[in-house]
Design a protein around this ligand. Structure first.
Ligand code: FCB
Length: 448
């Protein structure tokens, strides 16, 4: 495989999934602390209270990155470590933690790719309406400017949001993620306010006036495939695509919302949360876009779950996504289809000719462990997907494997393990899997 000069190789993590130390050094609660405490919300009653204890073991984790030979590390900042109430008082100990981390990364020649929001909204802001209300977008811009101001001398890659689809639709419509809401209008408003927050945050960070800074956003891009060529299934796949991809990519890169949304949401269609001027804020030029890919969605037409349109949640759009093709599955049941990363990349790039350069910011999988941690399935998965990403022929600048370490996999808790490094949660001992050694050798060869 031939990679362009300067291609970045990395791994990714996120704050709530690895840090633990949930109440240390002044950190305030986030919606994930609250949600994980709700009986039945997370498998096995797991929480991020301790997670992979990265807050204490970060230096050991940086050594793992050095051993792995990556030149980039994508991680997220916990908003409620910096602003325990989401706004107002700044907690210096939170900023100091990330300063130590990025300084050590830099000392080792690893470039930090900072994500400002990986789903962990401060609970105090959720109590004031969360992403349903515009004020949260303004508070996100304030918080972003504070972190940027503190770290821009050593960080130049800034991602505002990770997967706003999940923060809005999975969190406020499906209720599978924090804050566990099941809403129609609220979830659509959340999606819009996340995008406004993204735009305002980029403006605020650019206003800090630091040269050489790059700003982007990370989007999950599951391509949708109709299960048949019947007009009903094709239309269902379009609705799914609007909900998951185009609700975000059209305003970000095309200056407009998909017109299909009006028909899709029937009596939910009160888009008064969209204000004049918002699209200009959302659609300002970016320096890169991050694409996360795990699987394709196979979509069939289906009845709405809730017959009354006024009571429907935003993801109840008359689709069935459970009819999977006869292909291998990962340990989470996700279909393994490397061609999906090719089309995810080429769709995005073809749809938006002015698209900035792309990074694959997450890609990875879960398989049951063998005793000797010889995860050959994961190696095959990664190798196949890296090749398929390259085959898209787009302006791809880097690849980040999800994840460095086993971690808190949201509503699944600790059961599903995505790490190149195995974590024994009883002792916090880290043990590299075979895929760790494979990735190290692969990256070394790719650099030539
Ligand atoms: C993505 C999330 C990431 C991780 C992977 C498996 O949607 O961004 O935090 O949980 O899925």
């Amino acid at each position: 495989m031939n990679f362009p000069a300067g291609f970045r190789w990395g791994v990714a993590t996120s704050a709530y999934q690895i840090e633990g130390a949930a109440a240390l050094d002044g950190r305030g609660p986030s919606i994930w602390d609250t949600f994980a405490a709700v009986p039945g919300a997370v498998a096995n009653g797991d929480t991020g209270d301790v997670a992979a204890d990265h807050y204490h073991r970060w230096a050991e984790d940086v050594r793992l990155l050095v051993d792995l030979g990556v030149d980039a590390y994508r991680f997220s900042v916990s908003w409620s470590r910096i602003l325990p109430e989401g706004r107002g008082r700044v907690e210096q100990r939170g900023l100091d933690f990330y300063r130590r981390l990025v300084d050590t990364l830099r000392d080792n020649g690893i470039e930090p790719f900072v994500t400002l929001y990986h789903w962990d909204l401060p609970q105090a802001l959720e109590d004031r309406g969360g992403w349903r209300v515009r004020d949260t977008a303004l508070r996100f811009a304030d918080y972003s400017a504070i972190v940027h101001d503190a770290l821009a001398d050593v960080v130049s890659k800034w991602t505002t949001l990770n997967e706003p689809y999940c923060s809005s639709v999975v969190g406020y419509a499906e209720g599978r993620h924090a804050p566990g809401a099941r809403e129609g209008h609220g979830a659509l408003a959340a999606a819009h306010h996340l995008l406004v927050g993204h735009g305002l945050a980029v403006e605020a960070m650019r206003a800090n006036g630091v040269p050489g800074q790059e700003f982007g956003i990370v989007l999950n891009q599951s391509p949708t495939v109709p299960v048949s060529d019947s007009p009903a299934d094709v239309a269902a796949a379009t609705r799914q695509d609007v909900l998951l991809r185009r609700q975000f990519t059209d305003p970000l890169f095309g200056g407009t919302y998909p017109e299909e949304m009006t028909a899709m949401y029937g009596e939910l269609t009160d888009f008064s949360f969209r204000h004049d001027g918002d699209l200009a804020v959302i659609g300002q030029p970016l320096d890169y876009v991050g694409l996360n890919y795990y699987y394709r969605l196979h979509v069939a037409d289906a009845p709405h779950r809730e017959p009354d349109p006024a009571k429907r949640t935003a993801h109840d759009i008359g689709v069935d996504t459970t009819r999977l093709p006869d292909v291998p599955r990962t340990g989470m049941g996700w279909p393994v289809e490397p061609v999906g990363i090719t089309t995810a990349l080429s769709d995005l790039s073809a749809r938006h000719p002015q698209l900035p350069p792309i990074y694959v910011t997450e890609n990875g999988c879960v398989y049951p462990d063998t005793e000797d941690l010889q995860d050959t399935d994961r190696i095959a998965f990664l190798e196949g997907h890296i090749a398929a990403a390259l085959a898209a022929g787009v302006d791809l600048r880097g690849y980040f494997c999800w994840s460095l370490l086993d971690n808190f996999e949201w509503a699944h808790g600790y059961k599903h393990r995505f790490g190149l490094v195995h974590v024994d949660y009883a002792t916090q001992q880290r043990t590299p899997r075979a895929s760790f050694h494979w990735y190290r050798d692969f990256v070394a060869r790719a650099r030539g």
